[in-house]
Design a protein around this ligand. Structure first.
Ligand SMILES: [Fe+2]
Length: 190
């Protein structure tokens, strides 16, 4: 597909996005490593969601420590991904989509701001054993925002990269991406 067909989003954007999401017959999409990392991260977040749901039923003396561990793991898993996207993916997508004051990635970047802010709120709440119910609700909210955010990026931003980037450029993009889960090798390790 010529590059010129890939750089604008019209009211038919949903159709274009749906078409663009199809893998190239000759090669996997350049975002395949990023999507694989997301899949692993989703599994980790699902496990965290289970722990969040169990928080209010923990003995009072265990809650603060458990909430602290949840926040620490959320931060540890999410922050590297968000910062990597801000450094690499968003600028590239903006270059191919609509660079400028109304950058294409602006709404995604703002959702990152929301995620950072809610993480900080959870961090402040984590020390209050009596706030476990409110903490769990907020953590659930955050996990929902994160999952919706991931889907939006995978359905809207990643297809821009898949359409416009060469395999070698895509490879360069994914170099330095955070490992999909703790203890796993980085994406560029072979
Ligand atoms: Fe993001």
């Amino acid at each position: 597909m010529p590059r010129s067909e890939t750089t604008s989003f019209s009211p038919r954007g949903a159709d274009l996005i749906a078409q663009s999401g199809a893998p190239r017959p000759s090669a996997p999409p350049v975002t395949a490593p990023l999507r694989a990392a997301r899949a692993q991260l989703r599994q980790a977040l699902a496990a965290l969601a289970e722990r969040v749901g169990a928080l209010p039923s923990l003995p009072l003396e265990q809650r603060a420590a458990a909430m602290g561990r949840v926040v620490a793991e959320l931060d540890e898993r999410l922050r590297p991904h968000l910062e990597f996207e801000e450094r690499t993916i968003h600028p590239v997508v903006d270059k191919f989509a609509c660079e400028g004051p109304a950058a294409f990635s602006a709404s995604m970047r703002y959702e990152h701001v929301i995620i950072y802010r809610w993480l900080a709120e959870l961090g402040r709440q984590a020390g209050e054993a009596s706030a476990a119910v409110a903490f769990s609700r907020r953590a659930d909210n955050l996990l929902g925002v994160v999952l919706a955010h991931f889907e939006l990026e995978e359905e809207v931003l990643f297809p821009v990269l898949d359409r416009t980037m060469s395999a070698s450029s895509g490879r360069a993009l994914t170099l330095g991406a955070p490992a999909p889960s703790r203890g796993a090798p980085p994406l560029d390790a072979e």
